[in-house]
Write a protein that binds this ligand. Sequence first.
Ligand SMILES: NC(=O)c1ccc[n+]([C@@H]2O[C@H](COP(=O)([O-])OP(=O)(O)OC[C@H]3O[C@@H](n4cnc5c(N)ncnc54)[C@H](OP(=O)(O)O)[C@@H]3O)[C@@H](O)[C@H]2O)c1
Length: 288
Amino acid sequence: MTTPSTGTTKTVLITGTSSGIGLAAAVAAAGAGWLAVATMRDTGRADALLKAAEEAGVRDLVQVKQLDVTDADSVAACVAEVVAEHGHLDAVVNNAGAGFVGTIEQHGMEKLREVMEVNFFGVAELTRAVLPHLRASGGRVITVTSVGGVVGQPFNESYCAAKFAVEGFMEALAPVAASAGVQVAVVEPGAVSSEFVNNIELDVPALLTAAGPYAPALRGYIDHAMRSFGSDTAQTPQEAAAPVVEALTAETMPFRIQTSDWARDFVGRKLTDLDGSAVQTETTAWLG
Ligand SMILES: NC(=O)c1ccc[n+]([C@@H]2O[C@H](COP(=O)([O-])OP(=O)(O)OC[C@H]3O[C@@H](n4cnc5c(N)ncnc54)[C@H](OP(=O)(O)O)[C@@H]3O)[C@@H](O)[C@H]2O)c1
């Protein structure tokens, strides 16, 4: 895969590649002939990525760099280094993110702000930093949001707020960026068997004890979520990463991309639910 302007290998910067979808996307992008700048906040956690790249025979196309999306200096330094080393940047995959379960009355504003920092402001910061370089290369911005960026889900007010914010930001940016030759897309997975749930570090008994009047509804939600992640509609990180790399390599990409039939059905129900009643009926039923 080469850039028309320089004839050199196309370069994609991907965030959150120590595990899950980001790791799989870095390996698959390298498999498609791109140089994958695989970033993570702690480069000491690169072993799984490097092993997977080695096994796929693409180790020479995967370069690990430090980037914490909540640290503006780390974002600026990483982007500057990539452009200095490679002379161009052809795409960014905003993938880093973290889930959080709880309801606003109980966890309060500080937690909401933390969730927004990682899942929304981090995406905005990196996108702002790469846009000049993507304008130069006629590149693209691909952002992993979630079906939770379209459908609000119980006990996910903060996470869904952040993912909705990303979707609104990107939908508004897309025509502006396109006017300067940059394509923008969002990728919406449903449940994916990555480190996502483990990284939330849920202490279910403690959460239920603290939930007070919301405990029965929270129990229902947790049971529902566990069934979703255990069901055959849950994807592997490789399955969820495949549409990301398809978007990277296709001539043009649509704005909104679901990673599975299940995600397409779920998002589709919301996008035609003009008065909100279909979603409310569905998500209320999750609470038992
Ligand atoms: N898994 C799902 O069911 C699911 C469904 C829909 C959408 N998504 C979205 O898919 C994306 C990837 O998640 P995943 O499923 O692959 O989960 P994952 O295995 O937990 O991967 C998340 C990645 O984000 C990184 N990260 C967290 N905070 C960061 C920060 N401040 N700066 C840089 N990197 C940071 C993590 O790094 P550390 O190792 O350093 O923590 C990790 O590499 C996320 O945006 C998530 O919201 C996931």
